[in-house]
Design a protein around this ligand. Sequence first.
Ligand code: SAM
Length: 286
Amino acid sequence: MNLTNICVVKDLLSRYGFNFSKGLGQNFIVNPNICPQIAEYGNASSGWGILEIGTGVGVLTKELAIRADKVSAVEIDERLMPVLAETLREFNNIKIYNEDVMKADLKKIINDDFGGLRTAVCANLPYYITSPVIMLLLESRLPVESITVMVQKEAAQRLCAKVGSREAGAITVGVNYYGTVTSLFDVSRGNFMPSPNVDSAVIRIDIDKNPRLDPDEEKFFFKMVKAGFSQRRKTLANGLYSLLGIAKSDVYSALRDLGISESVRMEALDMEQLIALSLGLMMKEN
Ligand code: SAM
């Protein structure tokens, strides 16, 4: 079945009485060139198991299953289960979990389904949970080598921004802490059914094998980063004092130790400075 042919997909969905849910970010890809590219950039090949988030009618799932050894996909919408049973019936290397990705036990899915295979995540993510899903995948330290996702173009710009620039946010620091981000290609809104109000882009995060901080340090680092960026107009000392209760004098002295101006804002610090600052503040806390 050609899942990028609008008439075929419309007919399929009407047979199952399916209406698109805006709340679940259901914009399905209908350009035949996009999913093969996501699959190829996303490491879908022999020797790999791919975890997909949000299958829709299975247009990307299929391209992943053609290339990879195994595909496990998490899809929240129960109404899509009978549709997928039809569209993916010719494949015996796909497993669908009818679950919310934010609640699913992804570690168990990967361990149970992909024993011995290298693992990657590929998805056309629902827009409403882009950052939480990416942070969940990274923070839970899944045994995953790369995350290749289509996201809203503005989100892609933020993800790919330079840490230490105005465009950066907490999510930028998050992805750059765990790995390296690459912007792959843009996808305009006309390539989806229904067509969203925004354009999209595909990015890949290649995850570093070794964490840079130990778990306690990492926890403190992200607490500091989230606090600093949630009050980005304030100076760092004011933001950390009001949200985390860290004494301004401690922030000033940690900044002085690093040779950084006391009036700095978090967005001006690069990755090494952020890590050094969090270690410095942690020492003052203890
Ligand atoms: N992969 C398909 C494609 O590219 O055409 C569908 C992508 S669509 C942008 C996002 C999909 O994620 C939808 O099928 C939606 O039902 C599903 N979804 C939304 N929220 C989810 C959640 N919390 N957990 C799992 N799947 C979710």
